[in-house]
Design a binder for this molecule. Structure first.
Ligand code: GDP
Ligand code: GDP
Length: 456
């Protein structure tokens, strides 16, 4: 048998460097007092259990990061949702339906010392109809003498009962092995080579004449470090590797920037096409804007393309040397208003001509890449939503009030969130959520992808 010490916890932020895709969700379902919370604490290990001791915290926090054998998953304790006023059977049925909706795997906990009750049978019916994988937990099997109690639960007809003592840890390793086996196939890792130490990929974007090739010459020339050119299919090098701020960066499609002047025909069309394909290969985009001119429709379109592509974004105001005091003051007042949909992007005011503030480029890019790669632990995220839902509930619509039940961060680059909700969240409320997420966790320089999973 497996001892209780074999269960380990992994803090996702520290220990899981690469993005493995969305963590699958494991929901724990069962009647009150069968040992669901004890089991969840057992799975999470001591660290989370300590947090549980804080009064008032437990109830709001329903989802937790967990890991077993190197596989990450989210455990959801559905017990916290039980409405007090409804009858027990109805409440449990409701809880089971919720769990089925949002979980990849359901852990159904039965008290083996009590045996299967009518309520348990009713839950089994719901679980069976859902077709979701179910792992049957026969809890409170504290010693070998009561193991036969567990075997009786075969009668429920949802497969093998796994005898466990959530209190003492007995059998919990085998149980987690069974949960892992029931999880969906792991998503293939992202294709980005960001964590392998390859050069970070920058797309330098902007409409004609904002100063892209001047800037490129400046950064490449000043550091005298055009390390290498990367051969493309044409005779021109497609990308350039440039040393900046102590590391090598890959500037995407510099050929396109340097060659632009030869492509006058249909320039707009090609520029859009090039921007799109550069973004596909980039991790971060630096959008260059001419500070001496009005912000153009085309500037905004390029910025929107970056946001839609999900890449990190830095906005650089170039030709700052041309600005007089009056224009500078005007810009300082106007920039936020003009770029309201990208307020979170780091901004630098530079001059490719004089070299002004070139040293601020790299820190801005690094900040954006960090925001792009930020992961918030599930427990923190759910504390955040618990607070948000109670302090700023969604407005009541048609007698209903949609709620965020819980949330997980499904990925990074850019950060992707999935909100499990009890109804449709209005556009305004979703924007409010994004704003509050940024206030709380930062996310400089990155778009956020926020998806909803609605329960009817
Ligand atoms: P929940 O209502 O399903 O979340 O159940 P709890 O986790 O709060 O547990 C209910 C009671 O059962 C508590 O007194 C636990 O200490 C006890 N309990 C939980 N798991 C076990 C177990 O494996 N063995 C024994 N003997 N008691 C347990
Ligand atoms: P691109 O089309 O975006 O590659 O822009 P270029 O680099 O070809 O620059 C367009 C024009 O702006 C050229 O005449 C540059 O000399 C000029 N230019 C670029 N950067 C600056 C700058 O920081 N200050 C000033 N005064 N002129 C600049």
């Amino acid at each position: 048998t497996v001892s209780e010490y074999e269960i380990e916890t992994v803090d996702v932020v520290e220990d899981v460097a690469a993005d493995e895709g969305p963590a699958p969700v494991v929901a724990v379902v069962g009647r009150p007092n069968v040992g669901k919370s004890t089991l969840v604490n057992r799975i999470l290990g001591r660290r989370e259990a300590v947090v549980e001791d804080v009064p008032g915290v437990t109830r709001d926090r329903v989802a937790y990061d967990a890991a077993w054998s190197g596989r990450r998953f989210t455990v959801v304790d559905t017990g916290g949702w039980l409405p007090d006023s409804v009858g027990l059977a109805a409440a449990i049925a409701e809880q089971a339906r919720l769990a089925v909706d949002l979980a990849d795997v359901v852990m159904f906990v039965v008290d083996a010392t009590v045996g299967a009750t009518d309520v348990d049978e009713a839950v089994v019916e719901i679980l069976r109809r859902s077709g979701k994988p179910v792992v049957l937990v026969a809890n409170k099997v504290d010693n070998a003498a009561v193991e036969s109690d567990a075997a009786l639960l075969w009668s429920l007809g949802i497969g093998e009962p796994h005898p466990v003592s959530a209190l003492h840890g007995r059998g919990s390793g085998d149980l987690l092995d069974a949960v892992l086996a029931a999880l969906p196939e792991q998503a293939p890792p992202e294709t980005f080579d960001v964590e392998t130490g390859g050069p970070r990929r920058i797309a330098l974007l902007g409409r004609p004449n904002v100063g892209k090739s001047s800037l490129l010459n400046k950064v490449a020339g000043e550091t005298r470090a055009v390390v290498d050119s990367v051969a493309g299919t044409t005779r021109d090098p497609v990308d350039e590797l440039i040393d900046l701020g102590g590391r090598t960066w890959r500037f995407i499609d510099t050929a396109g920037i340097r060659r632009r002047h030869r492509e006058n025909q249909g320039a707009d069309f090609y520029a859009t096409l090039r921007t799109r394909s550069a973004l596909e290969r980039a991790e971060v985009a630096v959008v260059l804007v001419d500070a001496s001119e009005q912000l153009a429709e085309q500037d905004l379109r390029i910025i929107s393309m970056v946001i839609e592509s999900g890449r990190a974004l830095v906005i650089a105001y170039n030709k700052w040397d041309l600005l007089d005091e009056e224009r500078r003051l005007y810009l300082e007042r106007e920039i936020d208003r003009q770029l309201h949909h990208a307020r979170w992007a780091p901004r630098v005011n530079v001059s490719a001509k004089t070299g002004r503030h070139m040293d601020r480029f790299v820190p801005a890019i690094e900040t954006a890449l960090e925001g792009w790669n930020t992961r918030v632990p599930t427990s923190k995220l759910n504390q955040f939503f618990a607070d948000l839902v109670s302090s700023h509930p969604h407005p009541v619509r048609g007698g209903k009030q949609p709620r965020v039940l819980f949330a997980t961060q499904a990925g990074v680059r850019p950060p992707r969130f999935v909100l499990f909700t009890s109804g449709f969240l209005e556009e305004g409320y979703r924007r409010f959520i994004e704003r509050r997420l940024r206030e709380e966790f930062g996310f400089p320089g990155t778009p956020l992808d926020i998806a909803m999973k609605i329960r009817e």
